[in-house]
Design a protein around this ligand. Structure first.
Ligand code: GSH
Length: 303
């Protein structure tokens, strides 16, 4: 039985980013369907609060955020390397642009067009995830859509000159741009904008044709049983560092620095230059080690 469990839902663009890596690496994995809106009673025992999707579970280890999840998959499955070292920095920069700027230009215009596909409480749920100052500064949807069309022009310039975002092979940069455009394509008017660029259309189809790897679905309760029956390995990785602001043994609260600021509270077990892991004891499933990237997250010491 595969040990990879992805907590996701069908409509989630960021889940598709990770699933494209499962496909590229041809990995066997289990999908757990989580709710599209809060509360997520079968996810919070694992994360302690973090509600975003996807979350990768391996036994009693919980990996939050796709950039960390993909890094972990690269480390565990090095035989099918995703991004060569000479392209990794550039790929991470493009992925960060795609996950934030491109995603926000695509998400707002798309979601209004596919409103019938989401639960009725979706819009109130997502509004509550945003910080009030972000909501107050919201730009008109037509402007945002026009910006998305300009983003498409940049992507098209690249894909008209090369097969992939960074040249001749699929990398992290493709996975990140793919998940946004694939989601945007579910909205008819954005689909038409994408389809106006044959190079983008061909590239999207190529990634969709890679499939999903070896997927099998399991119930949320089965995933929680697996976490309960496992014990996390608390051994620090070889690249662990000492950090005076994040000392091992300290209790901290972790939350995203953008939207969806639910916290994970736990004891720091180890820290590296770009990630950290905290141990928490959940009343349902016992000890879990929750892993976070440092980029994009706020850390606050708690007594
Ligand atoms: N930085 C996060 C972003 C994940 C994200 O925003 N996911 C969306 C779904 S695709 C989400 O969690 N939306 C709210 C929800 O599902 O509750 C990552 O890379 O994993």
């Amino acid at each position: 039985m595969s040990e990879l469990i992805l907590h996701q839902y069908e409509l989630s663009p960021f889940s598709k980013k990770v699933i494209s890596i499962f496909a590229y690496k041809n990995l066997a994995w289990h999908a757990v369907e989580q709710p599209v809106v809060a509360p997520k009673p079968d996810l919070t025992p694992l994360t302690g609060g973090y509600r975003k999707i996807p979350v990768l579970q391996i036994g009693a280890h919980v990996y939050c955020d796709t950039k960390l999840i993909i890094r972990e998959l690269e480390a565990r499955y090095p035989d099918t390397p995703l991004t060569p070292p000479e392209l990794l920095g550039a790929a991470e920069l493009i992925a960060d642009w795609a996950d934030h700027r491109l995603f926000s230009n695509a998400a707002t215009p798309s979601i209004f067009e596919i409103a019938e596909l989401v639960p009725p409480e979706f819009f109130a749920d997502r509004a509550a995830m945003q910080r009030p100052e972000v909501m107050a500064a919201a730009l008109p949807v037509e402007h945002i859509k026009a910006q998305f069309v300009l983003d498409l022009q940049m992507i098209n310039r690249q894909l008209s000159a090369a097969d992939f975002m960074l040249g001749s092979r699929f990398t992290l940069a493709d996975a990140a741009v793919f998940h946004v455009l694939n989601f945007a394509g579910s909205a008819p008017s954005l689909r038409a904008e994408i389809d106006a660029h044959p190079a983008i259309r061909k590239w999207l189809k190529g990634i969709l044709d890679m499939g999903q790897g070896q997927r099998s679905d399991i119930e949320p309760s089965a995933a929680l049983d697996i976490a309960r029956d496992a014990s996390p390995d608390l051994t620090p990785p070889a690249n662990a560092i000492e950090d005076a602001a994040l000392t091992v043994g300290a209790n901290i609260a972790i939350r995203p620095n953008d939207y969806g600021q639910e916290e994970t509270i736990g004891e720091i077990v180890w820290v590296t230059a770009d990630a950290l892991a905290v141990k928490r004891t959940d009343e349902q499933i016992g000890d879990v080690l929750v892993h976070y990237p440092r980029l994009g997250y706020l850390f606050e010491t708690r007594d």
